[in-house]
Every structure is written in C-alpha cells, then in structure tokens.
Design a protein around this ligand. Structure first.
Ligand SMILES: [Fe+2]
Length: 225
C-alpha cells in the first residue's frame, strides 16, 4: 500500500473517531475531550442591531442604572474571550442599551441613530486587563414592536421577550452585535429572534436585592479568515 493511501486511511480513521465522539458521546468510545470541547466552546451568536440603537452612548463603567431606577436590579458580569474560549480580550468596549422596567427606551424615533437624546439605560464599559466586565442595571420590561417600523412590519404589535442589546467592540476585529434574553421569560419562545437562540438566555440567581447573571462573550478573534 502506498504512502498516500496510508495517509488517507489515517485521515478517514480520525474523521470517523471525531464523528463518533460527536454523535454517540465521547465517553462511549473513550474520547471525552473532543465532545466536551465541541459542546462548550462556541462563538456567541449574533443578533440584529434593532431600531433603538443610537450613536454616542456615554462611558458609564459599572452603573448603567442609577440606584433609584425602578425595576428588578441586575448584576451582569463575565468576560470577553477570543475564539478559543480562553484568551481574554482586555480593554474591549461593550456598548449596552435596553428598555426600562416598563419596556420604554430613551429614544422616540426608532431607526434614527442620530436622534438627540438624554441617554438612559444606555452606555459603554471597558473590559479590564483580564477581559472581565461588570454592569449594574435592571431587568428590562417586555415591549410590543410598534406597528410600521421599516423592515419589521410583519412583527407589528408582537411582544418581544425581555432583552438587552449589546455590541462588543474589540480593537483590530469586527464588532459582535447581539442581544441577551432571560430564561423562563414567557415571551421568549415566541420571540422571532431570541426564540431560536437559547444560548443567549441568561440564567439569573437571586442575591439579596440583586439578580445576578454571568455571560461570557466569545468573539471570532484568532480565527483564520
Ligand atoms: Fe430592543
């Protein structure tokens, strides 16, 4: 048998083992690490920017919501990581905007990103040297999509699941735009966006007056294009 055939057979054997590990479960064939790695390390899914984005969000560091902001207090924290799910991305800008407890945004003109507004529940934080971030806010209220928003006409009056808009902007790489949802939200299953992306739903834990949730953003940095 020629050298090339040996190489092909070796490749086929590796592919078979990988396939078996992914489909049948690694433990059954003694390769647990392949399945674990495939199941756990995934890029964070993208989401639409939405019409309530606005240019010029202020730097807030930690407190997006003031202490007297009505609603359930939420401490959201985690890391921003490269595609290997390990390498932290320090000094990465995280832009965040959301509705208030009643489902109302600080904007009046959906789709006009240059609207002059007084920013409320809208701001930017930077990750620290270890790629970590922390944002103190509230759980946003659910709200209906207004009828007639260009591009979203077919969803007019549909109540969206509670969500937080996020843009993660590393230097030297494309930004990630996404939205975070909440497990157990009655509107999540019917949400045209979040309903198909369970990995973006936060699990919250009560801690005194706060609900706490951890979320790591995994960006495509480090991938070969
Ligand atoms: Fe929104």
């Amino acid at each position: 048998m020629g050298k090339l055939e040996d190489q092909i057979r070796a490749i086929q054997r590796r592919r078979f083992l990988r396939y078996t590990a992914l489909t049948l479960g690694g433990a059954a064939v003694g390769i647990p690490t392949l399945k674990a790695a495939a199941a756990e390390c995934k890029l964070t899914e993208q989401e639409i920017l939405g019409p309530m984005y606005n240019y010029g969000a202020p730097m807030v560091q930690l407190k997006l919501a003031a202490d007297d902001e009505p609603g359930q207090k939420l401490m959201l924290r985690g890391s921003v990581l490269s595609a290997d799910c390990k390498t932290p991305l320090a000094n990465t800008l995280i832009e965040i905007w959301q509705a208030d407890d009643k489902g109302v945004y600080d904007k009046q003109q959906p789709g006009n990103f240059l609207e002059t507004i007084k920013p409320h529940l809208r701001g930017m934080v930077l990750t620290d040297a270890k790629g970590r971030y922390e944002i103190e806010t509230i759980v946003p209220g659910a709200y209906p999509i207004p009828p007639g928003v260009p591009g979203l006409e077919k969803y007019g009056n549909l109540t969206r699941a509670r969500h937080i808009h996020i843009k993660v902007e590393p230097f030297l790489h494309t930004a990630l735009t996404t939205q975070l949802y909440f497990k157990g939200d009655e509107h999540l299953a019917g949400d045209p966006w979040g309903g198909h992306k369970p990995a973006l739903a936060l699990a919250m834990k009560q801690d005194g007056k706060y609900m706490k949730a951890d979320f790591d953003f995994v960006l495509g940095t480090g991938l070969k294009s």
